[in-house]
Structures are given as structure tokens and as C-alpha cells.
Design a protein around this ligand. Structure first.
Ligand code: S3P
Length: 449
């Protein structure tokens, strides 16, 4: 089954809301959900996953591990995965379709690399133009064979049970690339090392340790060196997935810009490799507090309380980009409501996401009367006392562009319309409902006309 959306676009408009108030929970973290399914499939025995994100991206990973021989079923609200052990997965009978998900594709390339199986991998139109060479280059060094030397989906790849361990310095700050190499390293006879100049999200390292792998991280001269010992044996484990800070970001932004708002989002992942957005909001003068901090399955979690605030534009340093890479579209929307100019640096990677988010974000701001400039690696937003709104935004079938501009509409002078809201289902199907539970309202501009 293809996971591309049906061909009829679904426009959506958001209009000015009264104060947003309430306590909510966002669905499980997308990055942790993918990894929980993958490591459970590579473990021996049963893993129970609660709080798994049931959005299209993660469900495609669930289908992929099931097609490779793991048993995946939902029992009494939890996802039960019976794994095959590292190296124990089998060839799928049909192509693996990852839909819109770069994370699912790249992590699963690492899985397939360590198995004597051939796999055909495909995705939707957005995923089919995203770069895979960043993972294929190191995985080929380890022994992955790629038919026709292609570097975008669709791909046919053949793994090997005799992969060679490598030491690899990441040329781009990417947790997906790091994770693919470490996952492949589980099934080598030696030690595989990844060196990163800028720390990226570390859920793979944390969760692999949780499942029993030997993973060491050493920070030296500002670089992190992560080493996994091969011939690993993972044992089934129970995982509770905390709330996704990248989804909570939209509710946080809405509460900050809609006058009178006071919202608490419970149980959100606050791993420091993911909280750059929240740190930035605090620097802009945002009333954003982490309360009730605790640990859940090896990850730090807190409730986030956000109140409407008067914000000031700032300069966001390039080195913060990996810890908030998915949050720039929504930060740009917040910056539109701030006093003064916000400059965001180090955004080269933003052009390679589900859409060219640097260009898409700047275009969306301009369509709504906000001056913005997209530079090769930076985005500059000129905040306004009032955000005119009234524009129609092209989402480029990108979930985060759609959610960011619907959030803008909640505090703009006139409604903001996005051309197509269907892709929101890839990461945050509850977005509209949760926003509405806080007091927001959305309309279908076509249905209304
Ligand atoms: C992710 C890493 C990031 C992020 C993506 C999820 C992950 O991508 O943008 O949404 O789960 O590892 P890159 O690794 O390409 O930066």
C-alpha cells in the first residue's frame, strides 16, 4: 500500500483565537518511536512499547520490521514486538514503503546492511528526492551493496552478515546518519565508531544501552566519539515513549503568541539534544518553564508551562541548529510576532528536509505580510507589532510547514490558509484536535465557500 496522500488537497485555515488555556499531552516522540520499534525487532524476546507515536511515518517503520520477520501487534494499548535477534531478520516478500519518512528509511538502511538480505525500498515524492548518499557512503564502506549505484529512493540494496566495522567522521550533523552506522555496527565483528563535530540527538545511544548493547560516548576537543561493540546481543525491553518536543513546539508557540494564553504540556521529552527551541524562546523573553522534571526509560522528561509573552528578536547561533533542526519553521512564525529582527544561522540542513524548509518558511512569512530573507544558510525574520496574515501558504506537502502557518493564523490579523494539511498526519495527527481543545479553531476554506 502506498502511503502517499490521496490526490485531493485538503486546504485548512486558522483564524484569530481567544486565550488558549489548559493541560494537554502530545503524542509520543517520533525519533524514539522509530528506534523503539527497530531495536525491539533486533532484540531477542518480547518488547512492550507504550506511548508509541501512531502517525504515518512510524507506522511505516512498524510495517517494515514486520515485513522483515518481527511480530508487531497492538495489545491492550501497548505495541508488542517479538524480535528476531541481531542478524535474524529475513527478506521481505514485497518492497518496503517508507512513505514520507527520512528517519525510517535511513535507520532501516543500517538494519538491512547487517543482514544477508536484499530489500527494495521506496517512498513518496518528497522522500524520493531526499539525499541518501549521506548514509549509503559509510554503509557501502562497511559492505552494503547498492544496485545501480543510485543515491535516492527507490533503492535496491543487499546487506551482509560479514560487515566491516569502520570509524567515520560525520560530514554533516545528522543523527540519522550516526544511527544508521551504529545500527549496522551491531552486526560486525569489531568496534564501529562515529565522530561528530556537533552533538546531534542521542536517542540511539541511550536506547541501545537500554537494550543491552555496549555503546560508549567520549567527548574530546569538542567532538563526540561514539563506539558500539559488534556481535551485539539485544534483549527485549519495555519502553515508554515520552511526548514529542517537536510536536509540543507548535502548542508552545501558539500559547506564546495568542494574548492571555496559559498552557501546560505534560510529559514532554527534554533531552538537551532536542531543546534548542525552548532555550531560544526563553532568550527571546518567552515565559516557558520546565516543571516536574523526571526520567522515563533513560530520557529526561518534564511538563512545559507556557504563558503569552512579549518577545524580542535575537540571533540564534549556528551551533544550536542540531538541537532544534525541526523547529525552525515554527520559530520563524514566533519571530514574526517578536519585537525586532530574529536571525537564525547554520541552516544548510534545513533545505534537505521534507521540503526546502528555508525557502518554504520565508515564502510563507512573506505571503502573510512579514518581511523575511532566506540566505544560503540563514533565515532573517523582521518581527511586526501586528502580523497581517491573510495569505495562502504552500505547504509543499511538508507537515511542519503546514502546522507552523496554521499556528500563525491563531494570532494574525486575518486568517492564514495552508494549501494542504494532509501531511500533518505523518507526525502529529492529533494537532488540530489538541489545538481546538485549548481554544483554537480551524476551518476548511473550500467546504465553507
Ligand atoms: C531525526 C534526525 C533529524 C530530524 C528528523 C529526525 C532522527 O534528521 O530532522 O526529523 O530521528 O534521527 P537529520 O539526522 O537528517 O538531521
Amino acid at each position: 500500500m502506498r502511503s502517499q496522500p490521496p490526490s485531493i488537497a485538503q486546504p485548512m485555515a486558522a483564524s484569530r483565537a481567544g486565550p488558549l488555556t489548559g493541560r494537554v499531552r502530545v503524542p509520543g516522540d517520533k525519533s524514539i518511536s522509530h528506534r523503539a520499534l527497530i531495536f525491539a525487532a533486533l532484540a531477542s524476546g518480547v518488547s512492550r512499547i507504550s506511548g508509541l507515536l501512531e502517525a504515518a511515518d512510524v507506522m511505516n517503520t512498524a510495517k517494515a520490521v514486520a515485513a522483515l520477520g518481527a511480530s508487531v501487534e497492538k495489545v491492550a494499548g501497548e505495541w508488542c514486538v517479538t524480535g528476531c535477534g541481531v542478524g535474524g531478520l529475513q527478506e521481505a516478500k514485497a518492497p518496503l514503503d517508507f512513505g514520507n519518512s527520512g528517519t525510517g528509511t535511513r535507520l532501516m538502511l543500517g538494519v538491512i546492511a547487517g543482514h544477508d538480505i536484499t530489500a527494495r525500498m521506496m517512498g513518496d515524492a518528497s522522500l524520493s528526492v531526499r539525499p541518501m548518499d549521506r548514509v549509503l557512503t559509510p554503509l557501502k564502506q562497511m559492505g552494503l551493496y547498492v544496485e545501480g549505484d543510485r543515491d535516492t529512493l527507490p533503492l535496491t540494496v543487499r546487506g551482509s552478515s560479514a560487515l566491516v566495522p569502520i570509524a567515520y567522521a560525520l560530514p554533516v550533523p545528522s543523527a540519522q546518519v550516526k544511527s544508521a552506522i551504529l545500527i549496522a555496527g551491531l552486526h560486525t565483528a569489531g568496534e564501529t565508531t562515529v565522530i561528530e563535530k556537533e552533538a546531534t540527538r542521542d536517542h540511539t545511544e541511550r536506547m541501545l544501552r537500554f537494550f543491552g548493547a555496549d555503546v560508549r560516548s567520549v567527548v574530546q576537543d569538542g567532538r563526540t566519539q561514539i563506539t558500539v561493540t559488534g556481535d551485539a546481543e539485544l534483549a527485549g525491553h519495555n519502553v515508554t515513549v515520552p511526548g514529542d518536543p517537536s510536536s509540543a513546539a507548535f502548542l508552545t508557540a501558539a500559547a506564546l503568541v495568542v494574548p492571555g494564553s496559559d498552557v501546560t504540556i505534560e510529559g514532554v521529552l527534554v533531552n538537551p539534544t532536542r531543546t534548542g527551541f525552548y532555550v531560544t524562546l526563553q532568550e527571546m523573553g518567552g515565559d516557558v518553564a520546565f516543571l516536574n522534571a523526571h526520567e522515563l526509560g533513560g530520557e529526561p522528561v518534564a511538563d512545559i508551562r507556557v504563558r503569552f509573552s512579549k518577545l524580542t528578536g535575537i540571533s540564534v547561533p549556528a551551533e544550536r541548529a542540531p538541537s532544534m533542526i525541526d523547529e525552525y519553521p515554527i520559530l520563524a512564525v514566533v519571530a514574526a510576532f517578536a519585537d525586532g529582527v530574529t536571525r537564525m544561522h547554520g541552516l544548510a540542513e534545513l533545505k534537505l528536509k521534507e521540503s526546502n524548509r528555508l525557502a518554504a518558511t520565508a515564502a510563507g512569512l512573506i505571503a502573510n505580510g512579514i518581511a523575511a530573507e532566506a540566505e544560503p544558510e540563514a533565515l532573517i525574520v523582521h518581527g511586526a507589532a501586528t502580523v497581517p496574515g491573510g495569505g495562502v501558504v504552500s505547504s509543499y506537502l511538508d507537515h511542519r510547514i503546514a502546522m507552523a502557518f496554521l499556528t500563525m493564523g491563531l494570532a494574525g490579523e486575518r486568517p492564514v490558509t495552508v494549501d494542504d494539511a494532509r501531511m500533518i498526519a505523518t507526525s502529529f495527527p492529533e494537532f488540530l484536535g489538541l489545538m481546538e481543545s485549548l481554544g483554537a479553531s480551524f476551518t476548511d476554506p473550500v467546504g465553507q465557500a
